[in-house]
Design a protein. Structure first.
Length: 317
């Protein structure tokens, strides 16, 4: 009886939307990987489609085979759709990507800071969006994202428009096994290039930002200030900020390595664990004060609290 219940729960036929989502998600995952060759993938999909069409016409009187053939075509359609959406969304595939020929020859770039600066040892790191390329005789609108490392004290913040020299280099691959693979990590953020500058080489041009993100980062900055003012020990304050609001900018490298060896680095980042804890706490409190008949309605209130937490932590979940 128990096994029958398990089969009933995990029977994919009860969730028709899942049949479509699985190939779509697989297509997205393929789009994020370099080892997937577009030509090879196109050939394989074409061969598979031809086999399905061939079987459809050969066994046209067999309803089961016809259904499998049509269903297979639908799966391929959603797989290819997920793959194409991913590679199209990637800024590096656009014609005006700042490192594509001839745009990489720009003397300077105008960039927008799209995340609050983070301190890494002795340098501040800015994640920037390329807005324009400045050439000798013209200015061209460009796209793309990159990293800018500043060695001096950083006076810039989210939303600042900056003019910087074109000294971008490709992020290097990790050479020693077991080390943090920066290239692989930043690839998930569609970032492939970085540059190192001094503050004197950067010119402030104004401000341009998304109000939703701006006030989210502002609230997070305020929470960081409260923790710093009330926790005297720097190490403890950095751990609290990391666990509670997802700010790991001042977390010591030795602590990161310790948590990594223990396999609990997810504790130091805002994740599903945190939102799950908030859900259980709020759900428990609401369960005490409200009846079961009100359960469906207060679930929406709980979801609101979870999104509120996500917002005040800088949308970092």
């Amino acid at each position: 009886m128990f096994s029958a219940r398990v089969k009933e729960i995990y029977n994919i036929n009860q969730y028709p939307l899942l049949k479509i989502l699985i190939p779509f998600i697989v297509g997205i995952l393929f789009g994020y990987n370099d080892w997937v060759n577009v030509f090879v993938l196109s050939v394989l999909c074409s061969i598979f489609i031809l086999i399905l069409l061939f079987s459809y016409f050969i066994f046209r009187h067999n309803r089961t085979i016809n259904f499998i053939g049509l269903y297979g075509l639908v799966l391929i359609f959603y797989f290819v759709g997920g793959y194409l959406i991913t590679i199209t969304y990637s800024l590096s595939n656009r014609s005006n990507y700042f490192m594509n020929y001839p745009y990489h020859k720009a003397k300077k770039y105008v960039v927008r800071v799209i995340e609050p600066p983070k301190l890494y040892g002795y340098k501040y790191r800015l994640v920037v969006e390329i807005v324009k390329g400045i050439y000798e005789d013209s200015t061209v609108n460009l796209c793309g994202k990159g990293l800018v490392d500043l060695h001096n004290n950083c006076i810039y913040d989210y939303g600042d428009l900056l003019e910087i020299d074109n000294s971008f280099k490709e992020i290097n691959e990790v050479r020693n096994p077991g080390m943090f693979d920066a290239k692989k990590f930043y690839k998930t953020k569609d970032i492939y290039y970085y540059c190192v500058l001094r503050c004197e080489k950067v010119r402030y041009c104004g401000k341009s930002y998304n109000y939703i993100y701006y006030y989210s980062y502002k609230i997070k900055k305020y929470l960081v200030k409260i923790i710093d003012n009330n926790v005297s020990d720097i190490e403890s304050a950095s751990i609290i900020k990391s666990i509670v609001i997802g700010d790991r900018s001042q977390l010591d490298l030795s602590i990161k390595e310790l948590y990594s060896r223990l396999g609990i680095t997810h504790v130091l980042a805002i994740s599903g664990l945190h939102t799950g804890i908030i859900y259980m706490i709020v759900n428990f409190i609401f369960g005490i004060f409200f009846s079961k008949n009100f359960k469906t309605k207060y679930q929406f209130i709980i979801i609101f609290f979870i999104w509120l937490y996500v917002y005040i932590t800088g949308l970092s979940v």
